[in-house]
Design a protein around this ligand. Sequence first.
Ligand SMILES: [Zn+2]
Length: 548
Amino acid sequence: MKPNRIFLAAAALLAAPLALAQTAPQAPAPAAAPLTPEQAALKAHVQFLASDALRGREAGTRDYDVAAEYVAAEMLKLGLAPGANGSWFQPFKLVAYKPSEKAKWSLVRGGTEIPLQFGIDFVNTPAPATPDFKAEGGVVFAGYGIVYPEGKRDDYKGLDVRGKIVAVLSGVPKGLPNEVEAHFGDDDQKALIAQKKGAIAVIVVESLAQREQFPFETFATYYDYERTGWARPDGTAYATAAGAPPIGYIGQAGAEKLFQGGRIKWADVLAAQRKAARVPTGALTGTLKVASKTRLVTQGTRSVVGLIPGSDPALKDEYVVLSAHLDHVGIGDPVNGDRIYNGAMDNAIGVSTMLEVARKFVASGQKPKRSMLFVALAAEEKGLIGSDYFAHYPPVPRDKLVADVNMDMPILTYPVEDLVALGGERSSLGPVIAAAAASEGLKVVPDPAPEEMFFVRSDHYSFVKSGIPAVSLDTGPGGAGAEAQKKFLAENYHKPSDQIDLPFDWNSAAKYMRVNYAVARALTDAPERPRWNKGDFFGVQFGGYGAQ
Ligand SMILES: [Zn+2]
């Protein structure tokens, strides 16, 4: 599970990790009943993958590669076929990138060139697909840069931004639904809109809300922190909107300069934000000269893909994906003398579950009607990278991927009574999951923390962005769940103590696995492919099957 955006930004920008409460070593679990073969098989994968020998499975390291080889070997043993064009592996390149210099920007007005000051007025941000980026043009301020017809919002109304640099406020205005906020709070999605409108670059202006959380001056100190993306098969770095890349961040002083002498006053933009009113939009005066140089470092990694071919002549060319990220965060700062971030719950148990679901498919003796892909994804922790690559370059035709069911950090330290299907309410996957859960005596309950937008924080979301109905299946808050999950998140999440000696409830782990099997089996064998609910926000945004 990747941290949420604010946490991610803060964690990336702070020199030292957040000083969270030091925790005592886990108390030994009380003597438990012997494990059933099903439970032992689940535990065995976790025991190996989360062992100190694998040193936290950071994508791009040999430690991760050993984990990938293990998963491929287990898939072979289970009777799967290699699922990535005849190989067990889908290799790709991670791209670590950051600004390579403090850029020089200036405004030209009436023949005079006014330099903008780095760190005071602006900082350049990296643009991996255009590593030596330069542009010059008029600037159009497009408010928050959101186009959302269902919400009767078009920040580009009346604006012509062709050949222009678009300036947008960071974040989103108050009062939008969580899902809309999560979608448009992403600068890349705003840049994609600007690109469609014909803009040549995007600059992001600090909003008041952003200033309260993380002021420009602080961000400026850490402007060159390292981000991670991926490279296309031809080796070039991918960016969501390479034609209009976000290339800089403007502080309050810079905004004053940018708006000077124009029809729209920066003071009015500030006032509108304070009143939560529509901000004025339009062209600013003069032209802006911008540049952004980006340093790229690539490193190979790979996802692991196993296949069970479908048996129905009419359905076997459609693929259901069961996915779980295999990587974790590697070696880090020591906690109680332990530097290895083992990632047992995050997400060795997810990969283990996936392998055991595969075993059940094979053991059933019944071939699925649709084909089934089992994918151990790389580099989730670096920002959903392996899944994004997979969703862009799937080993089978993309429109034949009919669903993704993802498993990421199901917390399994208590007797599970219910499940949460992140995104289940958005597509026909929801009722399928409810029926599968009921077969194990479990309920499916709504996400107890919708404001956290876990929906956009795990690998299934990369599939969503390709229009594919997708969910992540999590354990729920019922019974001891809420307390156990709170405890895990506070004491073990992304810490060296997320390891095999956590008090795993293997009976619950087995139930969770069987539910995932029942879900996958129902999806492979149903006569109709899964579809988005008509009008669902994400289904509509990404052109998903059934949404229109
Ligand atoms: Zn994680």
